[in-house]
Structure formats: C-alpha cells, structure tokens
Design a protein around this ligand. Structure first.
Ligand SMILES: NC(=O)c1ccc[n+]([C@@H]2O[C@H](COP(=O)([O-])OP(=O)(O)OC[C@H]3O[C@@H](n4cnc5c(N)ncnc54)[C@H](O)[C@@H]3O)[C@@H](O)[C@H]2O)c1
Length: 323
C-alpha cells in the first residue's frame, strides 16, 4: 500500500490545475509508486476562490495564508505554483519547517534570490524539485536515451526555440493573474525566466553544462498600463531573448525565445546535430521524435518520424496501446 504524501498547494492558477491533475492521476498509471499524493489543502489569498477551487478539484481543505499552510502538521509537501516573486520566501519557510519543497520554475527572479533557497534546502535536508516538466515528455526522454547510447557521436550543435505570440497587443496590461509575467517586479525577467528557462534546462539535461554565453534581449512594447496602479508604467521585462553559447562538450548552442512570433502558440523545438546522427523534437507534435541516422542504407536514408507510443519507449508500458 503506497504511503500518503499530503500536498499543500500554494496558488490555484494554470499550474495549480496542472499539478492537481497530475496528482490525481499518477498512481492510476504508476501503481508501483511508494507514495500516493493526497490533496490535503490548497492556499489562495481570496477565501471564496480558494474554497471554490478546493471543492472543484477535491482538496480536503483550504487556507488563505501560506504561512498557516506550512505550519500545519498534516502537510508533508509544499507545492509552490505562485508568481516568481513569492517562490523564495515560501520555499525557505517550507524547508525550515521540514517540508518537502516542490517549486515551479524559474526557481526565483535572480540567482541572488535563488541561492538562499538552495542553502535552506541543503541545511534542512528535505526532498525537493523544480518543475522542469519537459524532461519527462516521452519523446524527450527517448532523446536522452539515444544521446546516452552514443549513437549521435560527437555533438556539434544544439538549437532550441520557444516561440509565442500572445503579448503583441500593446493594449495588454501588465500585472495580475497570468499578466504578472509582464511585470518585472513579479516575474524577474520576461522570456528568459518564463520560456528560455525550460530550453536551458532541457539542454543541460541532454547536452551537459553551458560554458559561456552571449545574449541580446529586446523589449518591444516599452510601456503598458499596470493593473494595480491603473497607470502607464515602463515595461522592464525582456520580450525576446536570443543567445549563443559553448557547451562543455565543445558543441555550439543557439537559443531563441519570444512572445512576438505571430502565428506561434507555444512552439518549443529543439534539434541536436551529432557526427553520426541528428535528433529533433517539436512540442506541437509532442509524441513524435525525428531521427536521422547517417549509417542507414543511403538509398533510404532520411529523417524518420518516430511515433512514441510503443511499449518499449519511455513510460509507454504505463500508457494505452500503441498509436
Ligand atoms: N513548468 C511549466 O511548464 C510552467 C508553466 C506555466 C507557469 N509555470 C510557473 O508556475 C508559476 C505560476 O504560474 P501560473 O501560470 O500558474 O500563474 P497564474 O497567474 O495562473 O496563477 C498564480 C496563482 O498564484 C496565486 N498567488 C499569487 N500570489 C500569491 C500569494 N502570495 N499567496 C498565495 N497565492 C498567490 C494567484 O492568485 C494564482 O492563483 C510561475 O512561477 C510560472 O513561472 C511553469
């Protein structure tokens, strides 16, 4: 019988819903897990909204102050799904209270703000994670397996994009639900922390550490109305960020992220070119991995589009039938 892992969720927005969905389903598909998440309490600042979320998603209780949530002795893990400016304070308090800390990305707004979080976690010795979820997409996990098998040979290039188009409208305000992303005080950075953080995490996971970086950022819309003050205020986030880099393994990296690429919803793509083979992946077709192997018979050599739903592919022995 799996042991209970009593979750205290702080925030009930986009990620609050996705994490809760995962907690509800994970043991159905992975019955062998040692732990079973229990939806113990959700925390939100507005009582009626927290209560409504608790009822809709079947949390046992709710709180309106995350400090009270952390103080409860019937909570094992604090899941932080609030805007970036709140992560450090909540994570440090949770670690000091001996709770497991599950924190959304980016860890915090700056490295300076993140380092004390790491110190607090290490001092407390509590289990922890940052939700870099793209690693666990089956096709991306398969890419990792192929790279580790050495099939690509020496890696020359790593290329990644994360393209969206939802902030082009200059009338879109900054601040508040979801739009806190446009307010540097809440978000820390723009594209860099919101989207590129994912590309960088996947890249480091697949291709190792980054040695040096040269970057350019741009803020296309310079002023937006702030929802809290009602006034036009300077926009201090980056609307787009492009960088190139060297990896420790000698390969070159090229990254681009923007919310001004008209026509793209959330186009996260990556491509890795090795001496013997290449791999590419596209979030909009997330169950496919494309693979080119130079050792194939030249008459039929070309990009294969592999549908990742077969029982021997990552996680698929826990999923439905092939296809
Ligand atoms: N891993 C991913 O793929 C992914 C995707 C989206 C967002 N995120 C991250 O998740 C976090 C939340 O983003 P979101 O899209 O869910 O935002 P959101 O705006 O949809 O939800 C944020 C929630 O936090 C609540 N909140 C704000 N301050 C609070 C406080 N002091 N106490 C309690 N609740 C508070 C808000 O009321 C809201 O319920 C961010 O750090 C973001 O970068 C990660």
């Amino acid at each position: 019988m799996a042991k209970e892992l009593r979750i205290g969720l702080v925030g009930y927005g986009f990620m609050g819903r996705t994490h809760t969905n995962g907690y509800k389903r994970v043991n159905d598909f992975f019955p062998e897990l040692e732990y079973r998440p229990v939806l113990q309490a959700v925390c939100g600042r507005t009582e009626d909204k927290a209560k409504e979320f608790a009822e809709q998603w079947q949390f046992k209780s709710y709180e309106t102050d995350w400090r009270k949530l952390i103080a409860r002795d019937d909570i094992d893990a604090i899941d932080i799904v609030t805007p970036n400016d709140t992560h450090a304070e909540i994570a440090i308090a949770a670690a000091e209270a001996g709770k497991m800390v599950l924190c959304e990305k980016p860890l915090a707004r700056t490295a300076e703000e993140s380092l004390p979080m790491v110190d607090a976690i290490e001092k407390a010795g509590v289990a922890n994670t940052v939700w870099y979820n793209y690693r666990r997409i089956p096709a991306v996990s398969l890419a990792k397996k192929i790279i580790e098998s050495g099939k690509l040979g020496k890696i020359f290039h790593y290329r990644a994009n994360f393209l969206q188009d939802w902030t082009i409208d200059a009338d879109l305000p900054q601040g508040g639900a979801a739009l806190w992303r446009l307010d540097a005080k809440a978000a820390g950075s723009g594209e860099t922390g919101d989207l590129l953080a994912h590309c960088i995490d996947t890249a480091i996971w697949l291709n190792g550490s980054i040695k040096d970086v040269s970057a350019v950022t741009e803020t296309f819309v310079k002023e937006r109305m702030h929802t809290q003050t009602g006034k036009m205020e300077k926009v201090e986030i980056d609307d787009a960020c492009l960088f190139h880099c060297h990896f420790d393994n000698g390969s070159l990296g090229l990254f681009e992220s923007t919310r001004y690429a008209r026509g793209h919803k959330a186009l996260y793509t990556l491509e890795i070119n090795g001496e013997n083979a290449s791999i590419r992946w596209d979030l909009h077709e997330l169950n496919y991995l494309e693979y080119f192997d130079y050792s194939d018979d030249s008459e039929v050599r070309g990009w294969r589009k592999i549908h990742i739903t077969d029982g021997d592919q990552p996680y698929m022995d826990h999923w439905w039938v092939p296809g």
